[in-house]
Design a protein around this ligand. Sequence first.
Ligand SMILES: Cc1cc2nc3c(=O)[nH]c(=O)nc-3n(C[C@H](O)[C@H](O)[C@H](O)COP(=O)(O)OP(=O)(O)OC[C@H]3O[C@@H](n4cnc5c(N)ncnc54)[C@H](O)[C@@H]3O)c2cc1C
Ligand code: SF4
Ligand code: SF4
Ligand code: SF4
Length: 660
Amino acid sequence: MAVIHQGPELAHPAIRLNRERCAGCQECIVRCPTGALQLDRADWICSPDEDLCVGCRQCERTCPYSAIAIDGPMLVAPAVEVPTWATEPLRYSTQEARRGFTDWEEAAAEASRCLQCPDPTCVLGCPAHNDIPGFIRALREGDLAAAHSTLRKTTIFPDICSRVCDQSIQCEGACSWNLAGGAPVQIGLLERFVADQHPVPPVSQPDQTVALSVAVVGAGPAGMSAAWELLAAGAQVVMYERDPQPLGVLRWGIPDFTLPEKIARRPLQALQAAGLQLVTGVEIGRDRPLGDLLAAHDAVILAHGATLPSALRAEGTESVPIEDATAFLTRAKEALVRRTDLTDLPPGSRLLVVGAGNTAMDVARTARRLGATVFAVEWMDRRFAKVRRDELEQAEREGVEIRFNTAVERFSTQTDGGVAAELRRTRQRSAKVRPAVLPEPPEALGPIDLVVVATGYRVDATPLRGLNASLPLPGAPRPVFRDRRLQATGLPSGSESMACLVEDRAAALARVQVPISGRVFAAGDALTGPATVVTAMAQGKAAARSAVSAWEQGNLRRSRAAEQRMAALPVTAPPSTRAVAKVAQPSALRMTGLALVIFGGVSCLSVVGLVWGVLPLLTGAFLLLLDVLGIWVNRMVEGILNLVEETPEIRSAVRREQTP
Ligand SMILES: Cc1cc2nc3c(=O)[nH]c(=O)nc-3n(C[C@H](O)[C@H](O)[C@H](O)COP(=O)(O)OP(=O)(O)OC[C@H]3O[C@@H](n4cnc5c(N)ncnc54)[C@H](O)[C@@H]3O)c2cc1C
Ligand code: SF4
Ligand code: SF4
Ligand code: SF4
């Protein structure tokens, strides 16, 4: 192979082409954003023009034959530096901690760094698939309105997502400059600049409404996005929210210094102006069954999030006040806005946050603003912790002491009456394995006045009562051969984790498109487990589209009719229910067996000895065995009888439904 250029101190990128390996497939040529690669038609191989090359290495990443390599620098201006707000005084501060671009000059300079890649990997990295090069191009041309409307085609939350997305593992993580090892285009800041210049546009509705009525459960990002899409299609939408206030995590969870509440509220105002009927303070599954909603509407979209906090598994938890992150954030956020202190956490108190993910950082940073000394412990390794890197840095800068590779083992009362947390060191070798606790003596951290648990959330199954489905759906097994699109963009070679993330998001979006049962769709954290605002938004939109298309194709009507016919069938308990009921009932055989086993066992252990004990013990065990065998035989017979009784009816009902 002929090496054309060598040396790390090149002033301009140099292209090394292995002519023998090049098959003329043109994968690099279609991706080169500067036209530096052309096809030499005589030899049918790639022909580089180094003068045009900017060193973005997209060709190197995507060549399937490894025939091209780039040496030398990346010709791109440094990223525009945006200083963080002076965080002092931190006390009671609700000021946004991350500053945006303040003027055109900053925004234009950053926009000029975008290569306008023909195969924009940033778009794949964004779960909403925003047209990133499109809106940046409009921004570069000075057309703010076009930039805004380009964004609005795919997102109803550009002002929110640009503040809360972890861009480093989404759009910016997949930016070509980042994949080449350089500083990505600051897409989030550009999106925020564009969105902040514009009011939220009204929902564009058709002239005539359609006869589709949908209930949306949950007023978080997934629910709001679903409602937006449905209203835009002309449907009637009723949104049921458990809390007295809507917005989900956007309201109680993400603090004002990350997402000001007035920004979080903007889309809801547009939704209500478009006719959304919001019913708050009603918990579906508890205050109102899902069946009621199905009776009153054509479809239901479950977007009730993942709201059950994980419990802390440690000893001695009764010796210290413990609260989950939801409860703490809800009251602390209010205190911060009112500039008051929490009575159980006066300034100078010591707070321990268990976990160092995004929720934990929100807890810790809020508590710092209320004057507490804050420690956070996380059993994962810092490299693998699921937290925004910039948020982690900000928390540390604000004085939060974060200990990774550390697990809480127990809480113990010290001689001075204070409570200390006993911490153990852990080791985690890769992101895929659970951390292992090391056999070192524990270290005490104390005194601790309050513990806040921020170790994750689970989906509450309450709204699903009576439905033959479960949430969140299990994750799809990852295919052995990665998605061809990802291979072609070179994402797996650029960053393994980025390709996996992109694939998982695509799989989740695909799952939204089928109802979880009959006329019930699900989206957001309820469908996937805890995720992000932008994925919830993208899924809400997709779920709404699926509901509209199911309605257009008549599937909702057919499902409803099938449900009505099923309801009219004679009620017979399913075999398993009857068998379980039978097992639970005491039977004479079982009671006699149990009595003999107990009598025999006690006799064996007593002085009376084996002679009087063994016989009743064995007889009792034999009777119990007979009982168990009887139950199984009974269950099998019942199952067969039920099949014989019910199957023809069910089959014929379904067959009738399938006939249009
Ligand atoms: C503290 C915290 C900080 C976070 N920070 C970020 C961040 O910075 N960036 C990011 O992208 N993501 C973040 N996330 C994750 C993100 O907020 C969620 O992924 C997102 O809000 C999910 O949206 P959702 O609509 O599915 O659920 P939610 O936002 O949870 O909304 C669900 C709504 O349904 C309601 N509900 C629940 N059960 C019922 C019922 N039975 N009947 C009626 N209503 C019901 C709830 O009250 C809630 O309003 C954070 C999460 C937490 C907890
Ligand atoms: S490094 Fe980038 S600009 Fe240079 S030839 Fe490759 S794709 Fe084109
Ligand atoms: S929505 Fe989030 S991931 Fe998508 S472009 Fe905006 S900031 Fe990036
Ligand atoms: S943001 Fe990055 S990946 Fe996207 S088009 Fe611009 S340079 Fe390419």
